[in-house]
Design a protein around this ligand. Structure first.
Ligand code: AMP
Ligand code: MG
Length: 401
């Protein structure tokens, strides 16, 4: 049985970021990863403009309170036609283009307008005040965005401003998801005694979709070696990552590992000293597809997904995949038998400027999915650690990124 650290090294060493590039429209680029440097043909700002509502003046005209003649109104979007001569000014609004001849803006609050004349009450401190100069933020041709940045609202604003409407991004990982077990039924099927509703399929699809990966939903496959082999073989062909739940334990109907071997997989992990989630299969294929065989118990499936599969998929996608461990104060006593690294699902919240961890209430058995609601973090207890007192510090893995 591998330690968590040995297992994660094997997993993350086996994962490479996708390098294929595709073009998406600006309106579809949110959360995608930029695949090339973006530059603009124009300077930013594109032309000298005013940072204030006020008056465009010649600095040397306004060294003392003075009245100037207004020769033009320059609203936003208007190109000034006149040149400011000595004794003249132009009315100007925020963002509007500077007229020729003027070099300084006097803000409206420092003036008094009388018809087509304006009284400058307070001389501006410096030449160029409240002028945003062409190219002051970035010059034409210089990079605005570097490759590998994740496109969120600020980056999308920059792309839009640069009129970049077709964006090169890395292809998203395709993640195939299947549930194994002859006892499983879909949520919309009538439940017979002894059957179990397939919840893992939906939870895993949601987790994968949340990460921005593409979901290939395969659904329930019976504990039948032929059916499983067909389904897994197809999944491996079509996906970057295949995630199954169930069938990786030592039960009579746990076929996944045998089928993976038959299909030519290199099985790198069969068991990890972690709780929940001891039986966990990780395998790689020659075509670089990764296979995670997660345990079937709902809490085990989720915890092992968060701990191992989520960062692996993030690395495959080209995202920052570093696990986010933080210290938090536990609100309750935490206990472990100390034999395996224990992950307690629960939630962290900020209380009095401090992170606080509250473990899920009720039964913490891995078959109990009911108390998973609200989980955003996993409290970690190392091997050998048997008790952490309420009010003291616990290491916590943030799982909602
Ligand atoms: P297994 O790992 O296949 O031995 O499954 C362990 C336990 O998890 C069994 O009680 C299964 O019925 C349950 N289980 C397996 N797959 C799922 C699933 N997709 N949804 C909910 N429970 C499951
Ligand atoms: Mg099973």
């Amino acid at each position: 049985m591998l330690s968590v650290q040995e297992a994660e090294k094997l997993i993350f060493d086996a994962v490479q970021a996708i390098k294929e590039i595709e073009i998406v429209k600006l309106e579809d680029c949110r959360d995608r990863i930029l695949a090339a440097s973006i530059s603009s043909k124009l300077d930013f700002p594109h032309w000298d403009n005013s940072a204030m509502d006020g008056y465009a003046v010649r600095f040397e005209d306004v060294q003392a309170p003075v009245t100037l003649e207004i020769i033009e109104e320059i609203p936003a979007g208007y190109q000034p036609r006149k040149t400011i001569q000595p004794g003249q000014a132009a009315r100007i609004l925020t963002g509007s283009m500077m007229p020729n001849g003027a070099d300084t803006i006097v803000m409206q609050e420092e003036t008094n307008r009388e018809g087509d004349r304006v009284l400058i009450l307070t001389p501006p401190r410096d030449r160029g005040m409240f002028v945003r100069y062409q190219g002051a933020y970035r010059k034409a041709g210089d990079a605005l965005l570097a490759p590998r940045i994740v496109l969120k609202a600020p980056e999308i604003a920059i792309l839009a401003a640069a009129q970049c409407v077709e964006i090169p991004v890395f292809r998203r990982p395709r993640v195939a998801i299947l549930s194994t077990g002859s006892e499983l039924v879909s949520p919309n099927q009538p439940l017979q005694p002894g059957q179990i509703v397939d919840s893992n399929q939906y939870a895993l699809e949601a987790l994968v979709a949340e990460m921005g990966a593409e979901v290939i939903a395969i659904g329930i496959i019976q504990d039948d070696p032929n059916a499983l082999e067909t389904a897994i073989a197809q999944a491996i062909q079509s996906a970057d990552v295949v995630i199954s739940s169930g069938g990786v334990s030592v039960g009579d109907y746990d076929y996944v590992d045998r089928i993976l071997e038959k299909l030519g997989a290199k099985i790198q992990i069969r068991a990890i000293a972690v709780k929940p989630g001891k039986p966990l299969t990780f395998a790689t294929f020659a075509n670089s597809t990764l296979y995670f065989g997660l345990p079937g118990n709902p809490a085990s499936a989720l915890v092992t997904f968060w701990r191992f599969a989520q960062p692996a998929i993030r690395k495959r996608a080209g995202l920052n995949w570093e696990l986010k461990f933080v210290n938090a104060i536990t609100t309750e006593d935490l206990k472990s038998d100390g034999k395996r690294e224990l992950y307690l699902w629960g939630y962290v919240a900020i209380e009095n400027h401090q992170l606080q961890f509250t473990p899920a209430g009720g039964s913490r058995l891995s078959g109990n999915l009911i108390n998973l609601a609200g989980t955003n973090a996993l409290g970690v207890m190392e091997i050998g650690e048997t008790a952490i007192q309420g009010g003291s510090t616990v290491k916590v893995l943030l799982v909602r990124l």
